[in-house]
Design a protein around this ligand. Sequence first.
Ligand code: ADP
Ligand code: MG
Length: 470
Amino acid sequence: MNNTDTPSTEKSSLTKDELWGKCLLYIKDRIQEQAFQTWFDGIVATTLNEEGITLQVPNQFHYEWLESKYRHLIDNALKEYAEFPMLVNYSVVISEKSIDEIPTLTPKEKPIPRGYQRKSQLNSRYTFENFIEGKSNQFAKAASTSVADTPGQTPYNPLLIYSSPGLGKTHLLQAIGNKIIKQNRNMRVVYLTSEKFMLDFISSIQKNRSTEFTSNYRNVDMLLLDDAQFFQSKEQTQEQFFHLFNDLFQKGKQIVLTTDRHPGELKGLKDRLVSRFQSGLIVDIQPPDLETRIAILMKKAEDDGLEIPYDVTEFIASAIKGDIRAMEGAMVKLLALSSLRREDITMNLAQQVLKNLLGDNSFADITIDQIIKYVCREMKISERQLLGKSRTMEVALARQLAMYLSKELTNASLANIGSHIGSRDHSTVIHACKNIDKKALAESDFQRKIENIKNEISGLKISNIEKGNI
Ligand code: ADP
Ligand code: MG
């Protein structure tokens, strides 16, 4: 085998360490110091042979991150210094320390007080198992799992998760805590909101017990702090937290934080605190796509033993886009109304609930028929063609565009859109939407055309509302 430090071929005169060392310098010059430390510091090359180079990474998540964000840079570095094209392989090292050996106060030294886990404020309802993964949250979930598996040992300390409300930050934070105490009940995990942190701090000052307050939190092995944006403008609390943070960090304890926006955009936080927040790994959660929203609702219904017709689930998921909490809230309202009125859960009932929640205007949406008219005019084909069976490229594209816009701009279900536009089923509509997305990404002209139609349609919507036509 060729995995030695000596040159693997006559062509290449660098050892694996020399080659990778040069690559690291190349990469270091091109990314921010912070990113370099998190992702490249400590990564070594374990083998180098004719086929390529193998890099050792601390876990699966690290590998995925390098592949998705830095692959290009690594390839370029190798092109620069290696004398033949190289494949990059990864090997994941299993940490030598098992979770039981993670530095922690041993039970002998300090008995875990009874009821401590209760005090940790964890809610067992939030787990990784019931957190549905989609494109919008997969990195946040992977990073969280990684931290839960090897707390304090990954380069992701602190881990900071940010997103707008209702997208699963608290869920992930709690899932980390729950997983850890399941693996090792001696771990002192504390979950708290920054508001609670501040209230505890204030009450300790009132009672002249601020030393107790400090030591309470300094004894933990993992600190999960939710909604840190609440610290904005609370200078004394920030100060306290800053010291706690440093103390825990120096002891190698894991810290996980959430905020409602990127820490760089938080106002009223001291620079040195923001720079601590940014010193580990920052991941965001984006609003989930329709399929993920449907999956979340279905999972929730399944967990709660509820039978909700598929079209109702899809209807709710289509109507409420940016906030999972609101979506779940709509489902709970629907259940409440159905049991109150002793009525089955039907589309009709679901429409009433959503009208109530979102207001009438959300239903002032354009109809699929109006979209069809617009698309036909814009694409210069007849309605008969669009609704018919023709497969010519032009007509097929117009049909797909009509499906796409109907999904984007109306509350109609996929099935409903499909049956309206040429008796297709919902999978055809999904396929059409993907196609249009792809085309819009590739062709800016096409993207502009879509934007134009959307704008015109929005104009129509407003004039409809003004005229009281809805
Ligand atoms: P945030 O803290 O970001 O405001 P939460 O974690 O409180 O949001 O999430 C709001 C609700 O949505 C919770 O009931 C949570 O369980 C649920 N939720 C969010 N994301 C997911 C997901 N990916 N899978 C399942 N449930 C989710
Ligand atoms: Mg939250």
